[in-house]
Design a protein around this ligand. Structure first.
Ligand code: MBD
Ligand code: FE
Length: 304
């Protein structure tokens, strides 16, 4: 009876002990990691509500935003992830994870956030082939022709310094109109995506596009949030990669065009200075194939 009594007397959101009551409701058979982290989450969540005097109407608006994000999320679009991205949360957890690796002395290429547009099962292509398909949309094709890039380099092991044969470089990027293939009815399925296997010298090579700055989808809750916060939706020009090899930690990362003004003002806060690259005008050898730009970039993988 006394336990119930104390609960009743504390069951008020404005009583600072109310948070302890909610934390103490966790049972002895709770998932251990949740039991470890929920007290902190509840404390911050409750403190936030108290600190800003959150009203029922405001809380309801937040619930509706999350509901809408879930409703428009499907296999092609992950709006809840996008909401996390504009709040900096995906970048923060990436940074926390990579800090732990750096503290262990890792010299691997820094990671970057996955983002909402990765697709598994991208086509497996031979080194030197192109991930850029003609769309039949005149402006798209004309813009892409000006951005054709020879991207090549090696995948290396940080443990040995040696190149890794048979590593997989899985790359994806948006088109010159700022849209990923799954957002854009004008692009063929799996356009601007490809998986390349490194050769005996650990080398990969592809034709891709020098990337273009582009706005993250602005027509859903993430966009609504950006508008309400008077923020722009642009991400700096980037190419995504997942690089993997037997015996090594898979690396999810992005490279960023150093000449893009949004590298200093990324809508999802994902830029790391080690991931800035400079595209060079293509040498004559490639210019003959219509390739306008080139970039050599090596990936360094830590041992698993
Ligand atoms: C993107 O293209 C992206 O890479 C991230 C991280 C978030 C939104 C859109
Ligand atoms: Fe992206």
């Amino acid at each position: 009876a006394s336990k119930l009594g104390s609960r009743e007397s504390k069951a008020h959101g404005y009583d600072p002990n109310f948070t302890d009551v909610v934390i103490a409701a966790t049972g002895p058979n709770a998932n251990p990691r949740l039991a470890q982290i929920m007290p902190s989450l509840l404390r911050h969540l409750h403190d936030f509500a108290r600190e800003v005097n959150l009203t029922v109407a405001e809380w309801t608006a937040g619930v509706e935003l999350i509901n809408q994000a879930g409703q428009i999320s499907d296999g092609k679009r992950n709006e809840t992830q996008l909401v996390c991205d504009v709040l900096g949360l995906e970048s923060l957890v990436d940074e926390i994870t990579s800090k732990i690796l750096q503290q262990q002395g890792s010299t691997a290429t820094p990671s970057a956030v996955l983002g909402p547009f990765y697709r598994e099962d991208a086509p497996i292509l031979h080194n030197g082939s192109s991930i850029v398909a003609s769309t039949g949309v005149t402006e798209w094709d004309a813009a892409a022709a000006e951005m054709l890039t020879h991207l090549s380099g090696r995948v290396l092991s940080t443990a040995t310094g040696q190149p890794i044969p048979n590593a997989i470089v899985d790359a994806w990027e948006a088109g010159p109109n700022g849209m990923y293939e799954q957002q854009d009815p004008g692009q063929p399925d799996m356009n601007l995506r490809g998986r390349f296997r490194t050769d005996e010298q650990g080398r990969y090579s592809m034709i891709c596009l020098r990337p273009t700055a582009y706005p993250i989808p602005f027509d859903g809750p993430a966009g609504r949030l950006l508008k309400l916060l008077d923020r722009h939706p642009y991400r700096p020009a980037h190419v995504h990669f997942i690089v993997s090899a037997d015996g090594h930690r898979p690396l999810t990362t992005q490279i960023f065009d150093s000449e893009d003004k949004y590298t200093k003002d990324d809508a999802v806060f994902a830029v790391k200075k080690e991931l800035l690259v400079t595209f060079k005008e293509a040498k004559a050898a490639h210019a003959g194939d219509g390739v306008k730009w080139e970039l050599e970039y090596d990936f360094h993988l830590a041992e698993a």
